[in-house]
Design a protein. Structure first.
Length: 273
């Protein structure tokens, strides 16, 4: 028998990831799994970097925003990835509101207004690093795509890419993201969280990792709605149309994730019947 695998929560921001992280942590506290770690540094992991405790056989699960390359193993141990996607408009609005809450952390200039519309304009006009648009697809595909260019395209320097490279990435990212999700142990969507976690739990059991029932999930880190922040501009203003157009690829990826979930639920039901 080979070394035990590690379950990896690929935590796309504002996709119920904190609640899932607590669910995994609680599994360790309850003794369902032997060990759990939250890995949230301020940089992206290299694909073969040895995380703290990666070679400790007691480590069974980790959560992080910062694994953006999906190596099959680490320290000789298999990695089993799972993630949740969220309806893109809801995810984008949650991001806008979170940036409103944490202006200083995100480096929002003082001359940018306080409303979600002001934040959306600032983000859509471009900030250093990767693009704001289609953030869920980019979270899955960007680093793997850049690696294939052998250093020509660096994710953090997206603004300086050539027009040809930007066009190629935008053309290819959806298919790449779908392919990567197909390789994951489990994929779910926030709108069907209980079903999604039931699939994660059953899939994890098949690789020897036992989790808590999906009913043990708790609400956590809900982004607050700023008082008086009117978001009717999303449906009524040209900037809102621009925001919605910037989510078209994410909508396709979210639909694909739901199809993957449907397949997994059907399999789960057939095995239970």
């Amino acid at each position: 028998m080979g070394p035990p695998g590690i379950l990896v929560q690929v935590h796309i921001p504002k996709c119920a990831g904190t609640a899932v992280r607590i669910w995994l942590r609680d599994a360790a506290i309850a003794g369902a799994i032997t060990g759990y770690r939250s890995l949230y540094p301020d940089y992206v992991f290299e694909p073969l970097e040895v995380w703290p405790s990666a070679d400790d056989p007691r480590l069974a699960a980790v959560s992080t925003h910062n694994i953006r390359r999906f190596a099959p193993t680490i320290a000789g141990r298999p990695l089993h990835y799972f993630t949740l996607l969220r309806e893109p408009r809801a995810q984008a609005l949650s991001v806008l509101r979170y940036v409103q809450q944490e202006r200083k952390a995100f480096g929002v200039p003082a001359d940018v207004g306080a409303g979600s519309k002001d934040i959306a304009r600032w983000l859509l006009d471009g900030v250093n690093g990767e693009p704001f648009e289609n953030a869920q697809t980019n979270h899955i595909a960007l680093y793997t795509w850049c690696d294939a260019t052998r250093g020509r395209c660096v994710p953090e320097l997206y603004a300086g890419w050539s027009a040809a490279d930007k066009a190629a990435y935008r053309r290819e990212r959806l298919d790449l993201a779908k392919s990567l999700l197909r390789s994951f142990l489990a994929v779910g969507i926030v709108e069907r969280l209980p079903e999604s976690l039931a699939v994660v739990r059953r899939s994890s059991m098949e690789v020897g990792i036992n989790l808590l029932p999906a009913e043990r999930i708790t609400v956590a880190n809900v982004t607050q709605i700023p008082p008086g922040d009117d978001v009717t501009w999303i449906d009524e203003d040209p900037l809102g149309q621009r925001l919605l157009e910037s989510l078209e690829v994410d909508r396709e990826l979210h639909a694909f994730a739901e199809r993957l979930l449907d397949e997994a639920v059907e399999t789960l039901n057939s095995q239970s019947g």
